[in-house]
Design a protein around this ligand. Structure first.
Ligand code: HEC
Ligand code: HEC
Ligand code: HEC
Ligand code: HEC
Ligand code: HEC
Ligand code: HEC
Length: 273
Protein backbone atom coordinates (compact mmCIF):
# COMPACT_ATOMS: atom_id res chain seq x y z
CA UNK A 1 0.00 0.00 0.00
CA UNK A 2 2.63 2.53 1.04
CA UNK A 3 4.65 1.76 -2.08
CA UNK A 4 1.89 3.19 -4.25
CA UNK A 5 1.76 6.39 -2.22
CA UNK A 6 3.96 8.38 -4.58
CA UNK A 7 1.66 7.64 -7.51
CA UNK A 8 -1.59 8.02 -5.64
CA UNK A 9 -0.84 11.47 -4.28
CA UNK A 10 -0.34 13.18 -7.66
CA UNK A 11 -3.40 11.40 -8.96
CA UNK A 12 -5.47 12.68 -6.07
CA UNK A 13 -4.23 16.18 -6.75
CA UNK A 14 -5.26 15.65 -10.35
CA UNK A 15 -8.69 14.38 -9.37
CA UNK A 16 -9.32 17.54 -7.38
CA UNK A 17 -8.09 19.68 -10.26
CA UNK A 18 -10.19 17.81 -12.76
CA UNK A 19 -13.37 18.22 -10.82
CA UNK A 20 -12.81 21.77 -9.69
CA UNK A 21 -11.35 23.03 -12.95
CA UNK A 22 -13.61 21.30 -15.39
CA UNK A 23 -16.84 23.00 -14.41
CA UNK A 24 -19.25 20.36 -15.52
CA UNK A 25 -16.96 17.39 -15.08
CA UNK A 26 -16.24 17.46 -18.81
CA UNK A 27 -12.54 16.93 -18.46
CA UNK A 28 -11.95 15.89 -22.05
CA UNK A 29 -12.06 19.51 -23.17
CA UNK A 30 -8.69 20.36 -24.63
CA UNK A 31 -8.17 23.61 -22.74
CA UNK A 32 -9.05 21.96 -19.46
CA UNK A 33 -6.83 18.97 -20.03
CA UNK A 34 -4.01 21.33 -20.88
CA UNK A 35 -4.52 23.35 -17.71
CA UNK A 36 -4.71 20.27 -15.55
CA UNK A 37 -1.53 18.85 -17.00
CA UNK A 38 0.23 22.14 -16.59
CA UNK A 39 -0.60 22.27 -12.90
CA UNK A 40 0.05 18.71 -11.84
CA UNK A 41 2.98 16.36 -11.45
CA UNK A 42 4.85 14.96 -13.36
CA UNK A 43 6.10 18.54 -13.53
CA UNK A 44 8.75 17.89 -10.89
CA UNK A 45 12.51 18.06 -11.34
CA UNK A 46 13.79 16.21 -14.41
CA UNK A 47 16.02 13.81 -12.43
CA UNK A 48 13.07 12.59 -10.41
CA UNK A 49 10.86 11.52 -13.29
CA UNK A 50 10.90 7.73 -13.59
CA UNK A 51 12.79 7.44 -10.31
CA UNK A 52 11.01 4.81 -8.23
CA UNK A 53 11.27 4.76 -4.46
CA UNK A 54 11.07 1.15 -3.28
CA UNK A 55 10.08 1.00 0.36
CA UNK A 56 7.85 -2.04 0.72
CA UNK A 57 10.44 -4.34 2.28
CA UNK A 58 13.03 -1.83 3.49
CA UNK A 59 10.63 0.01 5.72
CA UNK A 60 9.67 -3.12 7.64
CA UNK A 61 13.35 -3.96 8.09
CA UNK A 62 14.16 -0.45 9.31
CA UNK A 63 16.28 0.30 6.22
CA UNK A 64 16.24 3.54 4.25
CA UNK A 65 14.08 3.05 1.13
CA UNK A 66 15.76 2.22 -2.17
CA UNK A 67 15.95 4.81 -4.93
CA UNK A 68 15.84 3.29 -8.40
CA UNK A 69 16.50 5.74 -11.23
CA UNK A 70 15.24 4.56 -14.64
CA UNK A 71 17.37 7.14 -16.45
CA UNK A 72 20.65 5.63 -15.25
CA UNK A 73 19.62 2.21 -16.51
CA UNK A 74 17.80 3.14 -19.73
CA UNK A 75 20.99 4.04 -21.54
CA UNK A 76 22.29 0.49 -21.07
CA UNK A 77 19.23 -1.77 -21.17
CA UNK A 78 15.85 -1.76 -22.86
CA UNK A 79 12.69 -2.12 -20.80
CA UNK A 80 12.51 -5.72 -22.00
CA UNK A 81 15.65 -6.71 -20.08
CA UNK A 82 14.20 -5.88 -16.67
CA UNK A 83 10.49 -6.17 -17.25
CA UNK A 84 10.50 -9.41 -19.23
CA UNK A 85 13.77 -11.22 -18.69
CA UNK A 86 14.43 -10.27 -15.06
CA UNK A 87 10.69 -10.20 -14.22
CA UNK A 88 10.38 -6.83 -12.51
CA UNK A 89 6.75 -5.68 -12.28
CA UNK A 90 5.74 -2.52 -14.14
CA UNK A 91 4.05 -1.01 -11.15
CA UNK A 92 5.80 0.51 -8.21
CA UNK A 93 5.80 -2.00 -5.33
CA UNK A 94 4.63 -4.97 -7.39
CA UNK A 95 7.86 -6.94 -7.37
CA UNK A 96 8.44 -7.11 -3.63
CA UNK A 97 12.20 -7.66 -3.97
CA UNK A 98 13.84 -9.15 -0.87
CA UNK A 99 17.49 -9.06 0.17
CA UNK A 100 17.63 -12.86 0.03
CA UNK A 101 16.49 -12.77 -3.60
CA UNK A 102 18.97 -10.21 -4.83
CA UNK A 103 21.83 -11.81 -2.88
CA UNK A 104 20.99 -14.99 -4.78
CA UNK A 105 21.46 -13.13 -8.08
CA UNK A 106 17.86 -12.28 -8.87
CA UNK A 107 16.49 -8.79 -9.70
CA UNK A 108 19.06 -6.07 -8.85
CA UNK A 109 21.55 -8.80 -7.97
CA UNK A 110 21.63 -10.06 -11.58
CA UNK A 111 23.73 -6.99 -12.46
CA UNK A 112 24.89 -5.55 -9.17
CA UNK A 113 27.42 -8.32 -8.71
CA UNK A 114 30.64 -6.29 -8.67
CA UNK A 115 31.30 -6.97 -12.37
CA UNK A 116 28.45 -5.43 -14.37
CA UNK A 117 27.79 -2.84 -11.64
CA UNK A 118 28.69 -2.23 -7.96
CA UNK A 119 27.90 -5.20 -5.78
CA UNK A 120 25.02 -5.91 -3.43
CA UNK A 121 27.35 -8.25 -1.55
CA UNK A 122 29.61 -5.52 -0.28
CA UNK A 123 29.37 -5.38 3.52
CA UNK A 124 30.57 -1.77 3.64
CA UNK A 125 27.57 0.33 4.74
CA UNK A 126 28.53 3.19 2.41
CA UNK A 127 27.86 0.76 -0.43
CA UNK A 128 24.40 -0.02 0.91
CA UNK A 129 23.67 3.69 0.61
CA UNK A 130 24.23 3.60 -3.12
CA UNK A 131 20.77 2.02 -3.29
CA UNK A 132 19.34 2.65 0.17
CA UNK A 133 19.83 6.36 -0.46
CA UNK A 134 19.56 8.75 2.47
CA UNK A 135 20.58 11.68 0.36
CA UNK A 136 19.90 12.05 -3.35
CA UNK A 137 22.21 15.04 -4.00
CA UNK A 138 24.94 12.97 -5.64
CA UNK A 139 22.35 11.42 -7.95
CA UNK A 140 20.95 14.86 -8.82
CA UNK A 141 24.42 16.15 -9.62
CA UNK A 142 25.10 13.14 -11.75
CA UNK A 143 21.91 13.83 -13.67
CA UNK A 144 23.01 17.35 -14.63
CA UNK A 145 26.08 16.06 -16.44
CA UNK A 146 24.25 13.06 -17.81
CA UNK A 147 21.43 15.04 -19.43
CA UNK A 148 23.73 17.60 -21.05
CA UNK A 149 24.83 15.09 -23.66
CA UNK A 150 21.33 13.96 -24.66
CA UNK A 151 18.66 15.63 -26.85
CA UNK A 152 16.33 17.88 -24.86
CA UNK A 153 12.57 17.59 -24.33
CA UNK A 154 10.21 19.80 -22.33
CA UNK A 155 8.78 17.27 -19.90
CA UNK A 156 9.55 14.05 -18.06
CA UNK A 157 13.32 13.70 -17.77
CA UNK A 158 13.75 16.69 -20.06
CA UNK A 159 15.35 14.16 -22.42
CA UNK A 160 13.99 13.07 -25.78
CA UNK A 161 14.64 9.37 -25.32
CA UNK A 162 13.04 8.39 -28.61
CA UNK A 163 15.41 10.66 -30.52
CA UNK A 164 18.42 9.52 -28.49
CA UNK A 165 17.61 5.94 -29.46
CA UNK A 166 16.91 6.75 -33.13
CA UNK A 167 20.14 8.73 -33.47
CA UNK A 168 22.22 6.09 -31.74
CA UNK A 169 23.19 8.32 -28.80
CA UNK A 170 22.06 5.49 -26.58
CA UNK A 171 22.29 1.87 -27.62
CA UNK A 172 20.65 -0.16 -24.86
CA UNK A 173 21.07 -3.89 -25.11
CA UNK A 174 17.96 -5.94 -25.63
CA UNK A 175 18.81 -8.99 -23.61
CA UNK A 176 20.76 -9.65 -20.50
CA UNK A 177 21.82 -13.17 -21.27
CA UNK A 178 23.47 -13.35 -24.66
CA UNK A 179 21.79 -16.61 -25.60
CA UNK A 180 18.33 -15.13 -25.30
CA UNK A 181 17.04 -13.87 -28.61
CA UNK A 182 14.25 -11.42 -29.26
CA UNK A 183 11.48 -12.66 -31.55
CA UNK A 184 11.28 -11.17 -34.98
CA UNK A 185 8.88 -8.26 -35.33
CA UNK A 186 5.76 -9.43 -37.24
CA UNK A 187 5.45 -7.79 -40.67
CA UNK A 188 1.72 -7.36 -40.37
CA UNK A 189 2.15 -4.95 -37.45
CA UNK A 190 4.47 -2.64 -39.36
CA UNK A 191 1.75 -0.23 -40.48
CA UNK A 192 1.09 2.43 -37.81
CA UNK A 193 -2.25 1.95 -36.08
CA UNK A 194 -4.71 4.80 -36.13
CA UNK A 195 -6.37 5.10 -32.72
CA UNK A 196 -9.77 6.59 -32.02
CA UNK A 197 -11.90 4.30 -29.88
CA UNK A 198 -13.63 7.09 -28.01
CA UNK A 199 -12.63 9.96 -30.21
CA UNK A 200 -12.36 9.16 -33.91
CA UNK A 201 -10.94 12.59 -34.66
CA UNK A 202 -8.17 12.64 -32.05
CA UNK A 203 -5.67 11.72 -34.74
CA UNK A 204 -3.21 9.60 -32.78
CA UNK A 205 -1.14 7.02 -34.54
CA UNK A 206 0.55 4.26 -32.64
CA UNK A 207 3.68 2.55 -33.90
CA UNK A 208 4.01 -1.06 -32.83
CA UNK A 209 7.45 -1.18 -34.38
CA UNK A 210 8.85 1.78 -32.38
CA UNK A 211 7.54 0.35 -29.14
CA UNK A 212 8.80 -3.13 -29.90
CA UNK A 213 12.32 -1.71 -30.09
CA UNK A 214 12.33 -1.53 -26.29
CA UNK A 215 9.28 -3.43 -25.11
CA UNK A 216 7.76 -6.88 -25.43
CA UNK A 217 4.20 -7.64 -26.60
CA UNK A 218 3.45 -8.81 -23.05
CA UNK A 219 4.25 -5.34 -21.67
CA UNK A 220 0.95 -4.17 -23.20
CA UNK A 221 -1.11 -7.26 -24.09
CA UNK A 222 -3.44 -8.35 -22.63
CA UNK A 223 -3.18 -6.36 -19.37
CA UNK A 224 -3.20 -2.81 -20.76
CA UNK A 225 -4.68 -3.18 -24.25
CA UNK A 226 -6.94 -5.71 -25.92
CA UNK A 227 -5.16 -7.36 -28.80
CA UNK A 228 -7.93 -6.23 -31.11
CA UNK A 229 -8.19 -2.92 -32.87
CA UNK A 230 -10.74 -0.65 -31.14
CA UNK A 231 -11.19 -3.46 -28.62
CA UNK A 232 -9.95 -1.54 -25.57
CA UNK A 233 -12.79 -0.21 -23.44
CA UNK A 234 -12.78 3.13 -21.59
CA UNK A 235 -9.75 4.20 -23.59
CA UNK A 236 -9.93 7.97 -23.29
CA UNK A 237 -7.54 10.83 -22.69
CA UNK A 238 -8.80 11.29 -19.16
CA UNK A 239 -8.05 7.67 -18.33
CA UNK A 240 -4.64 8.07 -19.93
CA UNK A 241 -3.88 10.95 -17.60
CA UNK A 242 -4.90 8.82 -14.63
CA UNK A 243 -2.03 6.49 -15.49
CA UNK A 244 -3.99 3.88 -17.43
CA UNK A 245 -3.56 2.73 -21.05
CA UNK A 246 -0.85 4.84 -22.70
CA UNK A 247 -0.43 6.57 -19.33
CA UNK A 248 0.79 3.33 -17.70
CA UNK A 249 4.17 4.28 -19.18
CA UNK A 250 3.56 7.82 -20.44
CA UNK A 251 2.96 9.23 -16.98
CA UNK A 252 5.72 7.34 -15.20
CA UNK A 253 8.79 6.49 -17.29
CA UNK A 254 8.25 7.37 -20.99
CA UNK A 255 7.58 11.05 -21.87
CA UNK A 256 4.48 12.19 -19.99
CA UNK A 257 1.08 13.27 -21.26
CA UNK A 258 2.00 16.95 -21.03
CA UNK A 259 3.82 16.58 -24.34
CA UNK A 260 0.61 16.63 -26.44
CA UNK A 261 2.10 17.00 -29.90
CA UNK A 262 4.28 13.95 -29.70
CA UNK A 263 1.08 11.88 -29.91
CA UNK A 264 -1.34 14.39 -31.46
CA UNK A 265 0.92 15.41 -34.29
CA UNK A 266 -1.54 17.85 -35.77
CA UNK A 267 -2.74 19.42 -32.55
CA UNK A 268 -2.68 23.20 -32.63
CA UNK A 269 -3.92 25.99 -30.40
CA UNK A 270 -3.03 27.24 -26.97
CA UNK A 271 -3.24 23.91 -25.16
CA UNK A 272 -0.90 22.23 -27.59
CA UNK A 273 2.13 23.82 -25.90
C1 HEC B 1 21.84 -2.61 -5.90
C2 HEC B 1 20.98 -2.04 -4.92
C3 HEC B 1 21.07 -2.46 -3.48
C4 HEC B 1 22.19 -2.46 -2.67
C5 HEC B 1 23.61 -2.08 -3.02
C6 HEC B 1 21.72 -2.89 -1.36
N1 HEC B 1 20.37 -3.14 -1.39
FE1 HEC B 1 19.21 -3.77 0.17
N2 HEC B 1 17.55 -3.73 -1.02
C7 HEC B 1 17.54 -3.38 -2.35
C8 HEC B 1 16.19 -3.47 -2.84
C9 HEC B 1 15.69 -3.16 -4.24
C10 HEC B 1 15.38 -3.86 -1.75
C11 HEC B 1 13.85 -4.00 -1.70
C12 HEC B 1 13.31 -2.60 -1.43
C13 HEC B 1 11.92 -2.53 -0.95
O1 HEC B 1 11.00 -2.97 -1.67
O2 HEC B 1 11.71 -2.00 0.16
C14 HEC B 1 16.29 -4.01 -0.62
C15 HEC B 1 15.88 -4.44 0.65
C16 HEC B 1 16.72 -4.61 1.73
C17 HEC B 1 16.29 -5.06 3.03
C18 HEC B 1 14.86 -5.42 3.44
C19 HEC B 1 14.35 -6.63 2.72
C20 HEC B 1 14.64 -7.95 3.31
O3 HEC B 1 14.52 -8.93 2.58
O4 HEC B 1 15.00 -8.02 4.50
C21 HEC B 1 17.40 -5.09 3.83
C22 HEC B 1 17.48 -5.49 5.30
C23 HEC B 1 18.53 -4.66 3.02
N3 HEC B 1 18.07 -4.39 1.74
C24 HEC B 1 19.81 -4.54 3.46
C25 HEC B 1 20.90 -4.12 2.71
C26 HEC B 1 22.26 -3.96 3.22
C27 HEC B 1 22.69 -4.21 4.64
C28 HEC B 1 23.02 -3.52 2.16
C29 HEC B 1 24.52 -3.24 2.12
C30 HEC B 1 25.37 -4.31 2.63
C31 HEC B 1 22.14 -3.41 1.00
N4 HEC B 1 20.87 -3.76 1.37
C32 HEC B 1 22.55 -3.02 -0.25
C33 HEC B 1 18.62 -3.00 -3.12
C34 HEC B 1 19.93 -2.88 -2.67
C1 HEC C 1 17.48 -2.03 -14.94
C2 HEC C 1 16.11 -2.47 -14.83
C3 HEC C 1 14.99 -1.70 -15.47
C4 HEC C 1 14.90 -1.21 -16.75
C5 HEC C 1 15.94 -1.28 -17.86
C6 HEC C 1 13.58 -0.63 -16.88
N1 HEC C 1 12.91 -0.76 -15.70
FE1 HEC C 1 11.01 -0.12 -15.32
N2 HEC C 1 11.20 -0.67 -13.36
C7 HEC C 1 12.30 -1.30 -12.82
C8 HEC C 1 12.10 -1.46 -11.40
C9 HEC C 1 13.08 -2.08 -10.44
C10 HEC C 1 10.83 -0.91 -11.10
C11 HEC C 1 10.14 -0.87 -9.74
C12 HEC C 1 9.40 -2.17 -9.57
C13 HEC C 1 8.80 -2.34 -8.19
O1 HEC C 1 8.75 -1.37 -7.40
O2 HEC C 1 8.33 -3.45 -7.90
C14 HEC C 1 10.28 -0.43 -12.37
C15 HEC C 1 9.05 0.16 -12.49
C16 HEC C 1 8.50 0.60 -13.70
C17 HEC C 1 7.21 1.22 -13.85
C18 HEC C 1 6.26 1.60 -12.72
C19 HEC C 1 6.70 2.93 -12.18
C20 HEC C 1 5.79 3.53 -11.17
O3 HEC C 1 6.09 4.65 -10.71
O4 HEC C 1 4.76 2.92 -10.81
C21 HEC C 1 7.05 1.48 -15.19
C22 HEC C 1 5.84 2.13 -15.86
C23 HEC C 1 8.24 1.04 -15.86
N3 HEC C 1 9.11 0.51 -14.93
C24 HEC C 1 8.46 1.13 -17.22
C25 HEC C 1 9.68 0.94 -17.83
C26 HEC C 1 9.94 1.26 -19.22
C27 HEC C 1 8.93 1.84 -20.19
C28 HEC C 1 11.24 0.94 -19.44
C29 HEC C 1 12.04 1.11 -20.71
C30 HEC C 1 12.10 2.47 -21.24
C31 HEC C 1 11.80 0.41 -18.19
N4 HEC C 1 10.81 0.43 -17.25
C32 HEC C 1 13.10 -0.04 -18.04
C33 HEC C 1 13.42 -1.72 -13.50
C34 HEC C 1 13.72 -1.40 -14.81
C1 HEC D 1 20.26 -5.20 -16.08
C2 HEC D 1 21.26 -4.80 -15.13
C3 HEC D 1 20.86 -3.99 -13.91
C4 HEC D 1 19.82 -4.23 -13.04
C5 HEC D 1 18.79 -5.34 -13.09
C6 HEC D 1 19.88 -3.20 -12.03
N1 HEC D 1 20.94 -2.37 -12.27
FE1 HEC D 1 21.41 -0.69 -11.21
N2 HEC D 1 22.93 -0.30 -12.48
C7 HEC D 1 23.36 -1.12 -13.50
C8 HEC D 1 24.55 -0.56 -14.11
C9 HEC D 1 25.35 -1.16 -15.24
C10 HEC D 1 24.80 0.66 -13.43
C11 HEC D 1 25.94 1.62 -13.67
C12 HEC D 1 25.48 2.58 -14.73
C13 HEC D 1 26.45 3.69 -14.95
O1 HEC D 1 27.21 4.01 -14.06
O2 HEC D 1 26.36 4.29 -16.02
C14 HEC D 1 23.76 0.79 -12.42
C15 HEC D 1 23.65 1.88 -11.58
C16 HEC D 1 22.74 1.98 -10.55
C17 HEC D 1 22.59 3.12 -9.66
C18 HEC D 1 23.34 4.43 -9.77
C19 HEC D 1 24.33 4.55 -8.68
C20 HEC D 1 25.21 5.74 -8.75
O3 HEC D 1 26.00 5.87 -7.83
O4 HEC D 1 25.13 6.53 -9.68
C21 HEC D 1 21.62 2.80 -8.74
C22 HEC D 1 21.12 3.66 -7.61
C23 HEC D 1 21.16 1.48 -9.07
N3 HEC D 1 21.85 1.01 -10.16
C24 HEC D 1 20.19 0.79 -8.35
C25 HEC D 1 19.60 -0.39 -8.77
C26 HEC D 1 18.54 -1.08 -8.05
C27 HEC D 1 17.96 -0.61 -6.75
C28 HEC D 1 18.20 -2.16 -8.79
C29 HEC D 1 17.12 -3.17 -8.53
C30 HEC D 1 15.83 -2.63 -8.16
C31 HEC D 1 19.06 -2.17 -9.97
N4 HEC D 1 19.91 -1.09 -9.91
C32 HEC D 1 18.99 -3.12 -10.97
C33 HEC D 1 22.76 -2.29 -13.91
C34 HEC D 1 21.60 -2.83 -13.39
C1 HEC E 1 3.26 -0.23 -26.07
C2 HEC E 1 2.11 -1.08 -26.13
C3 HEC E 1 2.01 -2.20 -27.14
C4 HEC E 1 2.95 -3.17 -27.40
C5 HEC E 1 4.33 -3.33 -26.81
C6 HEC E 1 2.34 -4.05 -28.36
N1 HEC E 1 1.08 -3.62 -28.65
FE1 HEC E 1 -0.27 -4.53 -29.91
N2 HEC E 1 -1.60 -3.00 -29.64
C7 HEC E 1 -1.38 -1.91 -28.81
C8 HEC E 1 -2.52 -1.01 -28.93
C9 HEC E 1 -2.69 0.32 -28.23
C10 HEC E 1 -3.43 -1.61 -29.84
C11 HEC E 1 -4.82 -1.09 -30.24
C12 HEC E 1 -5.84 -1.53 -29.23
C13 HEC E 1 -7.19 -0.92 -29.44
O1 HEC E 1 -7.40 -0.23 -30.44
O2 HEC E 1 -8.07 -1.14 -28.56
C14 HEC E 1 -2.81 -2.86 -30.26
C15 HEC E 1 -3.38 -3.76 -31.17
C16 HEC E 1 -2.80 -4.95 -31.56
C17 HEC E 1 -3.39 -5.86 -32.52
C18 HEC E 1 -4.66 -5.63 -33.30
C19 HEC E 1 -4.25 -4.84 -34.54
C20 HEC E 1 -5.29 -4.71 -35.60
O3 HEC E 1 -4.95 -4.03 -36.62
O4 HEC E 1 -6.38 -5.23 -35.45
C21 HEC E 1 -2.53 -6.94 -32.64
C22 HEC E 1 -2.69 -8.15 -33.52
C23 HEC E 1 -1.42 -6.68 -31.74
N3 HEC E 1 -1.62 -5.46 -31.11
C24 HEC E 1 -0.34 -7.53 -31.57
C25 HEC E 1 0.83 -7.20 -30.90
C26 HEC E 1 2.04 -8.02 -30.91
C27 HEC E 1 2.17 -9.38 -31.60
C28 HEC E 1 2.97 -7.34 -30.19
C29 HEC E 1 4.44 -7.71 -30.01
C30 HEC E 1 5.17 -7.88 -31.25
C31 HEC E 1 2.34 -6.11 -29.70
N4 HEC E 1 1.05 -6.07 -30.16
C32 HEC E 1 2.96 -5.17 -28.90
C33 HEC E 1 -0.29 -1.69 -27.99
C34 HEC E 1 0.85 -2.47 -27.94
C1 HEC F 1 4.53 -0.27 -21.81
C2 HEC F 1 4.96 1.11 -21.93
C3 HEC F 1 4.33 2.00 -22.98
C4 HEC F 1 2.99 2.10 -23.30
C5 HEC F 1 1.81 1.39 -22.66
C6 HEC F 1 2.91 3.07 -24.36
N1 HEC F 1 4.15 3.56 -24.65
FE1 HEC F 1 4.60 4.97 -26.09
N2 HEC F 1 6.57 4.79 -25.64
C7 HEC F 1 7.10 4.05 -24.62
C8 HEC F 1 8.54 4.26 -24.56
C9 HEC F 1 9.49 3.63 -23.56
C10 HEC F 1 8.86 5.16 -25.60
C11 HEC F 1 10.25 5.74 -25.94
C12 HEC F 1 10.29 7.24 -25.66
C13 HEC F 1 10.30 7.64 -24.18
O1 HEC F 1 10.63 6.84 -23.31
O2 HEC F 1 9.98 8.83 -23.90
C14 HEC F 1 7.61 5.47 -26.27
C15 HEC F 1 7.49 6.30 -27.37
C16 HEC F 1 6.31 6.71 -27.93
C17 HEC F 1 6.19 7.61 -29.07
C18 HEC F 1 7.37 8.14 -29.88
C19 HEC F 1 7.63 9.59 -29.67
C20 HEC F 1 8.69 10.13 -30.56
O3 HEC F 1 9.00 11.29 -30.37
O4 HEC F 1 9.21 9.41 -31.44
C21 HEC F 1 4.85 7.83 -29.27
C22 HEC F 1 4.20 8.72 -30.33
C23 HEC F 1 4.13 7.02 -28.31
N3 HEC F 1 5.04 6.35 -27.51
C24 HEC F 1 2.76 6.93 -28.21
C25 HEC F 1 2.07 6.03 -27.41
C26 HEC F 1 0.63 5.87 -27.41
C27 HEC F 1 -0.34 6.66 -28.27
C28 HEC F 1 0.35 4.90 -26.51
C29 HEC F 1 -1.00 4.33 -26.15
C30 HEC F 1 -1.77 3.79 -27.24
C31 HEC F 1 1.61 4.44 -25.94
N4 HEC F 1 2.63 5.15 -26.51
C32 HEC F 1 1.73 3.45 -24.97
C33 HEC F 1 6.42 3.19 -23.78
C34 HEC F 1 5.05 2.95 -23.82
C1 HEC G 1 1.21 9.30 -25.17
C2 HEC G 1 0.27 9.76 -26.15
C3 HEC G 1 -0.64 10.95 -25.86
C4 HEC G 1 -0.26 12.19 -25.39
C5 HEC G 1 1.11 12.66 -24.99
C6 HEC G 1 -1.48 12.99 -25.38
N1 HEC G 1 -2.53 12.25 -25.83
FE1 HEC G 1 -4.49 12.90 -26.07
N2 HEC G 1 -5.04 11.05 -26.72
C7 HEC G 1 -4.19 9.98 -26.86
C8 HEC G 1 -4.96 8.84 -27.34
C9 HEC G 1 -4.41 7.45 -27.61
C10 HEC G 1 -6.30 9.30 -27.49
C11 HEC G 1 -7.51 8.56 -28.06
C12 HEC G 1 -7.96 7.37 -27.40
C13 HEC G 1 -8.97 6.74 -28.30
O1 HEC G 1 -10.06 7.30 -28.44
O2 HEC G 1 -8.65 5.74 -28.94
C14 HEC G 1 -6.30 10.71 -27.10
C15 HEC G 1 -7.45 11.52 -27.13
C16 HEC G 1 -7.46 12.86 -26.83
C17 HEC G 1 -8.63 13.72 -26.92
C18 HEC G 1 -10.01 13.30 -27.37
C19 HEC G 1 -10.97 13.19 -26.22
C20 HEC G 1 -10.75 12.02 -25.30
O3 HEC G 1 -10.97 12.18 -24.09
O4 HEC G 1 -10.38 10.92 -25.73
C21 HEC G 1 -8.22 14.97 -26.53
C22 HEC G 1 -9.07 16.23 -26.42
C23 HEC G 1 -6.81 14.89 -26.19
N3 HEC G 1 -6.38 13.59 -26.37
C24 HEC G 1 -6.06 15.95 -25.73
C25 HEC G 1 -4.73 15.87 -25.36
C26 HEC G 1 -3.98 16.99 -24.81
C27 HEC G 1 -4.52 18.39 -24.55
C28 HEC G 1 -2.72 16.53 -24.58
C29 HEC G 1 -1.55 17.27 -23.96
C30 HEC G 1 -1.84 18.00 -22.75
C31 HEC G 1 -2.67 15.12 -25.01
N4 HEC G 1 -3.92 14.76 -25.45
C32 HEC G 1 -1.54 14.31 -24.96
C33 HEC G 1 -2.83 9.94 -26.62
C34 HEC G 1 -2.06 11.00 -26.14
Amino acid sequence: MTARYSVIVPLMVLAVLLWSGAGHGEAEDREELGKVLHAMPPNGPFWKYGTVVMRRKSKKAGMTPVVFPHWVHRTKYTCRVCHLELEFGMRSGDTGVTRAQYLAGKYCGACHDGKTAFSVLDGDPTKCEKCHMKDTRALEERFEKFAEKLPAASFGNGIDWAKALRDGQIAPSNSFRAERSVMQFPDKLKAPLKLGTTSPRSDVTFSHEDHFAELDCSSCHPDIFKIKRDGTEFFSMKNNIYGNYCGACHMRVAFPMNDCRRCHAKMSGSSGY
